[in-house]
Write a protein that binds this ligand. Structure first.
Ligand code: HEM
Length: 182
């Protein structure tokens, strides 16, 4: 996993909790890297689960919820860093539908060593989107936060349903649909 995701995670923990919390979770984790992350480095994605596990122990918040909040945070950072990817896009559904064939294709050009998930799109009701996340890194909870951040950004209220299709969350279906009554 790209170092930039780890750098973001460390900044997220400092912002949401404290610098002391960052030190504590790194000290309490058995990290092959030692926890000195650089954006250009590449690290074992299991280190992310180690850090999130320690943060969960410290805060009492579940690992899944922490990954989802971190996903929301990360979407905001993507907006700041890559505004050109959002030009001319009018809705969350339009943006989400473009991840597999456009967004992550551009990401791969920028970072050839990025390890990205696969999204497949299923027939959906107009205005809604059914997409299946697949990745051996099992970061569907992080994906949920990114999707929720995307929905917030475009401003129309939508519900995000997540249904695991594999016990280890390596395959998960997301359904994004306009919120009833809005
Ligand atoms: C809401 C839209 C998006 C979703 C749902 C999404 C989903 C994901 C997920 C779940 C991962 C973790 C890797 C895995 O699960 O195997 C990932 C990695 C990544 N995504 Fe996206 N993504 C989105 C938009 C973007 C955007 C806009 C960018 C910006 C350029 C981006 C750049 C990246 C990068 C750099 C990684 C890390 C690759 C690595 O660790 O090697 N994504 N994405």
């Amino acid at each position: 996993m790209k170092g930039l995701v780890f750098v973001e995670f460390v900044e997220f923990v400092e912002q949401e909790y404290s610098l002391e919390m960052v030190d504590r979770i790194i000290d309490n984790s058995a990290l092959a890297s030692g926890g000195a992350y650089t954006s250009v480095g590449v690290y074992d994605h299991r280190e992310m689960f180690e850090l999130v596990g320690q943060l969960s122990r410290e805060t009492g918040v579940s690992e899944g919820d922490l990954l989802t909040v971190f996903g929301r945070h990360t979407f905001g950072r993507f907006l700041d860093r890559f505004p050109e990817l959002f030009e001319g896009v009018d809705s969350a559904v339009e943006f989400l539908r473009s991840i597999e064939d456009y967004i992550h294709v551009e990401v791969k050009k920028l970072y050839p060593d990025a390890e990205l998930p696969t999204f497949t799109y299923e027939p959906s009701e107009p205005g809604s989107l059914a997409m299946v996340y697949q990745s051996p890194r099992c970061l569907a909870d992080f994906a949920k936060g990114l999707i929720a951040g995307c929905v917030d950004h475009f401003g129309s209220p939508m519900d995000v349903d997540m249904t695991p299709l594999a016990d280890d969350h390596s395959v998960v279906r997301f359904i994004v649909r306009p919120r009833a009554g809005s």
